[in-house]
Ligand binder design. Structure first.
Ligand SMILES: Nc1nc2c(c(=O)[nH]1)N[C@H]1C(S)=C(S)[C@@H](COP(=O)(O)OP(=O)(O)OC[C@H]3O[C@@H](n4cnc5c(N)ncnc54)[C@H](O)[C@@H]3O)O[C@H]1N2
Ligand code: MOO
Length: 404
């Protein structure tokens, strides 16, 4: 059977970033820059003071204490037109103000007697001190953020400081979500005998949003070919299709068959992992289609491990896998070698180490509530059972890292 790693490699080898668009700076937050950001001018645009204090000439300040005549005042935002620092003088200057001609150092207020007509410098002065030099951050024409950089507050600040109001970013994928099964009823109703609320659609929609995509609910395909045909065809009109249930070996598991009838090419079905073993991945043209198992925990875990990296890659991110780190398992976990196992865990930090406790019973066949889990432990195929106190590899899950 295909290994978990091979399955993920196959997926990532077949997804590409979508097109680009220009959006207002604030809407670029959390998205990925689609073009290099190039400075239209030097930053800063002129040499300026990094401290409130006095603009001086270092050569005038050899012996300390040294008294200089205060010959002017330069607030931030004032021009330097006509301002020249004469030998033996100092100009009172505020942070950010352009330096006057002739000045080569700024003396902070705290290192002077703060005099108004004459100022006494109390410390030695070094040429160039407390000056932000023209082009010191980036020169005109220089790339200050490469295409592929995730957009956060600092980059939005840089773009804004160059007078830009829009940013080029990769488009957010529209993800069609389709559930399969006669037993499903829409959320908001109480299930009758044999009925199950279609919770997967909402859970997947939330996960799509967390990963930067735009969920589009297609509905519930009933257990017949016609219903699957109609809704799967509709779903393939999106940038990505994600289905839940109807993918194992049952008599009414139509999803994979009908996708192939619609012209999709199946790249894999069944992965040596638990939960999520029956997952399938197909391509319709260049549109990826993920068929996830219906078991709610299996649905969300396979979304996290397979769909999320693909969604991030489609939004232009290069690094799409969450970093693994080690945690000490608080509970034992029974497992046979041969299949990779993914387990929701609650993380705690104690004396510099991470501790992971199980939030569900083993496997998803039993089911389980993972709503208290902010991480997943990944137990490799070759490993056997783990005892309490063993180290395991974990990665964060969802966007809840700030809660731990
Ligand atoms: N002969 C085999 N049987 C099964 C296999 C197998 O390999 N061979 N795999 C098992 C595993 S593992 C899983 S997981 C399930 C996957 O089955 P399906 O993806 O076809 O899903 P269903 O059987 O229709 O549903 C499974 C379970 O999930 C719940 N469910 C389904 N849809 C939703 C939804 N939209 N919202 C919430 N919950 C949903 C429901 O409780 C179903 O009972 O197959 C095993 N069998
Ligand atoms: O994917 Mo199933 O839920 O492995 O247990």
């Amino acid at each position: 059977m295909l290994s978990f790693e091979e399955a993920r490699r196959t997926i990532l080898a077949h997804v590409r970033p979508l097109g680009t668009e220009r959006v207002p700076l604030l809407d670029a937050l959390g998205r990925v820059l689609a073009e290099d950001a190039v400075a239209p001018w030097d930053m800063p645009l002129w040499d300026n003071a990094a401290m409130d204090g006095y603009a001086v000439r270092a050569e005038d300040c050899g012996t300390i204490p040294r008294s200089l005549r205060v010959s002017g005042f330069l607030p931030a935002g004032g021009g330097t037109a006509g301002e020249r620092l004469e030998p033996g003088c100092a100009i009172r200057i505020m942070t950010g103000a352009p330096l006057p001609d002739g000045c080569d150092a700024v003396m902070p207020l705290e290192e002077t007697d703060n005099g108004k007509r004459y100022v006494t410098l109390l410390r030695p002065v070094k040429k160039g001190q407390h000056i932000r030099f023209r082009g010191g951050v980036v020169r005109e024409g220089g790339v200050f953020a490469a295409a592929g950089t995730p957009v956060g507050a600092p980059l939005i600040g840089m773009l804004a400081s160059f007078g830009m109001t829009m940013a080029p970013v990769w488009r957010r994928p529209v993800v069609a979500l389709l559930s399969s099964g006669d037993e499903l009823i829409e959320p908001g109703r109480t299930p009758g005998p044999g009925q199950i609320v279609n919770s997967n659609a909402l859970a997947l929609a939330a996960a799509v949003r967390e990963a930067g995509g735009i969920p589009r609910m297609i509905g519930i395909a009933r257990d017949n070919r016609v219903s699957h045909h109609t809704l799967l065809a509709e779903g393939l009109g999106a940038d990505m299709l994600v289905t839940s249930a109807g993918v194992s070996a049952g008599d009414r598991d139509f999803v994979r068959d009908v996708l192939e009838e619609l012209g999709a090419r199946q790249l894999f079905w069944k992965v040596a992992m638990r939960p999520g073993g029956p997952s399938a991945f197909a391509l319709h043209g260049s549109t990826p289609a993920f068929c996830l198992p219906g078991n709610p925990l299996a649905t969300l875990i396979t979304f996290e491990e397979f769909v999320r990296p693909a969604l991030l890659r489609m939004q232009g991110l290069r690094s799409v896998l969450r970093p693994l780190f080690r945690a000490v398992l608080r509970d034992e976990f029974r497992k046979k070698p041969g299949i990779l196992q993914i387990v929701p865990v609650h993380l705690e930090r104690d004396e510099g180490r991470w501790y992971a406790s199980l939030t569900t019973r083993q496997g998803t066949v039993i089911g389980g509530d993972a709503s208290g889990a902010e991480a997943l432990a990944v137990l490799p195929a070759e490993s056997g059972s783990c005892d309490a106190g063993d180290q395991v590899e974990v990665h964060l899950w969802g966007n809840r890292s700030d809660l731990i």
